[in-house]
Design a protein around this ligand. Structure first.
Ligand code: 0O2
Length: 212
């Protein structure tokens, strides 16, 4: 098995980008299939939408510098786990774990790392479920297991995270204490809303199962 990294013949940004784009397409298809199957068996779509992105070379170089590595292709693929990123936005918190489990059980996927910021949110209030996985990409002469970062979160968590990201960007990381506190308060409201919506949904599902 080739894990994308040293001695795998990946020498240019074009090659890196080809592999990571292919890995993202594979993951997107896998997730879409799971969503369709779920619709077929449970009559609802757990996934609201999916976003994919390849990290820009500038952003990769910045990350390498921050961690004290030289900007080489080898360091990129070895030390930057989120060159390819897929974000899956779900309706309910329970869907997040369901999707994560379904992905983990696929035979060609290897889970490298899991960070559960839902059970253990960040001090800032950030909630999301992160996994670094590898997915095989078949080239003409070999298979390269390629890393993809998956972020799975609810619509409400995503709303919070994108606003917090914008605020951090605006203040260049030096966000005033009052705003940080407001964000923590909002994260609590987001959490309560997610819990309430899940409760309501469970109730509706239960009612629709009962015979008239
Ligand atoms: P960008 O621009 O989104 O790509 P690592 O990637 O392992 O070196 P870290 O921080 O240990 O770094 O990994 P983690 O905690 O899994 O976070 C990875 C990504 O999650 C981040 O990527 C963000 O996209 C998102 N994230 C993590 N913490 C927060 C947070 O507090 N608020 C928001 N809004 N997003 C968060 P990057 O590379 O930081 O940035």
């Amino acid at each position: 098995m080739d894990l994308i990294g040293s001695n795998d013949g990946i020498e240019t940004w074009q090659e890196v980008s080809l592999l990571y784009n292919a890995a993202l397409r594979q993951m997107q298809t896998k997730v879409e299939i799971l969503n369709e199957e779920f619709q077929h068996t449970h009559q609802y779509n757990p996934i609201e939408h999916i976003k994919t992105r390849i990290k820009t070379p500038e952003s990769i170089v910045k990350k390498l510098k921050r961690h004290g590595y030289d900007s080489t292709i080898e360091n990129m693929v070895n030390y930057v786990n989120d060159i390819a990123g897929i974000r899956i936005i779900c309706s309910f918190t329970s869907d997040i774990y369901r999707i994560a489990e379904m992905i983990k059980h696929q035979q060609d996927i290897q889970v490298i790392q899991v960070k559960d910021y839902i059970t253990f949110p960040k001090v800032s209030g950030y909630k999301s479920y992160h996994m670094i996985i590898t997915v095989p990409v078949y080239l003409s002469d070999r298979k390269v297991d390629t890393k993809v970062e998956m972020q799975i979160r609810t619509v409400a968590m995503d709303f919070w995270a994108s606003l917090e990201h914008k605020i951090n960007y605006k203040f260049e990381g030096d966000v005033p204490e009052r705003i940080c506190q407001e964000l923590v308060d909002c994260a609590k409201m987001v959490s309560d809303l997610d819990d309430k919506m899940l409760e309501l949904n469970d109730e509706i599902m239960e009612l629709s199962r009962k015979p008239e």
